[in-house]
Write a protein that binds this ligand. Sequence first.
Ligand SMILES: [Zn+2]
Length: 335
Amino acid sequence: MSTRAGVDLGGTKIQTVIIDDQHAVSAQVRVPTPKQGGPQGVADAIVGTIRDACAQAGVEPSALDGIGVGSPGTIDDAAGTVTQAFNVSPDWEGSFPLAGAIGAELGCATVRLGNDVTVGTDAEFQLGAGREFESLLGVFWGTGVGSGIILRGKPWSGRGAAGEFGHMVVKLGGATCTCGRIGCIEAYAGRKSMELHAQALKQRGRKTALFKIMKQRGRENLSSGVWARALEHEDELAVELIERAMNALAAGIASAVNLLDVEAVVIGGGLGTRLGEPYVAKIRKRMVPHLFVDQHPPAVRVAALGDLGGAIGAALQVPSGGAVTPGLASAVSPG
Ligand SMILES: [Zn+2]
């Protein structure tokens, strides 16, 4: 029986799961990402979630086959470092030896690091909404807008920086992006950009319930849940900004499809999974006018693994115990 831990490290939360050799989730723990203590504070919090998840699953951390982490920032799996993960912690500037910090504390020799959206896309490709396809674009619509690309069954990372879907330009001379550039998809569809835009419009006198809902829910930011609630109440500003976001996503996804002609697009991320099929249906429809070959649009689906996809994908980076193939493993160890 093999057990692997997977950690989805994000700007707002750390989601940790334990999966078995059938890829079933046997434990899950979620905590807010600590805002104090820098990278070491984040590493300590990750260690805490793995201890808790292991206790739930009835396994010693040192008995895990390994731990996989999906993180934003620049990842060097061979060196075990994460660099410039500003979305996680504002003072995460240099390289931090995250793999060593976690592994040493838990007595676990195998700690694999990967890019958060790459592992999330891989999980959807192997186990989720992209299972039946050989080529896939995974779009993660959340605080930022990230993506993973799979071509001929393999992740495509270019020279290391492919998949920056959120920084494809959809409007020349357009809105300023959080990256400092102009007209990126993320400038319209990233939750952080949308929040800044909503704040600016509110200060100019636009009425909106967004910030009231945020306070009622005890949030410090306009979370996906806050946006969803405001949309349920047909808040005019929320509807307007989400429409604007979907238009940018539709143009960007169609442009990516014009270039790559992937079989399927899977839309996940905090907003993508929270808003779900009704909104994905709108994006699907709005892509069509931008598709050069519109007779055969790709399948466009909501991520099937929901908000556990990132953590499951992180765990999949760790080889399942021994040299046993998945098919054989299920034959020799039922359940
Ligand atoms: Zn940008």
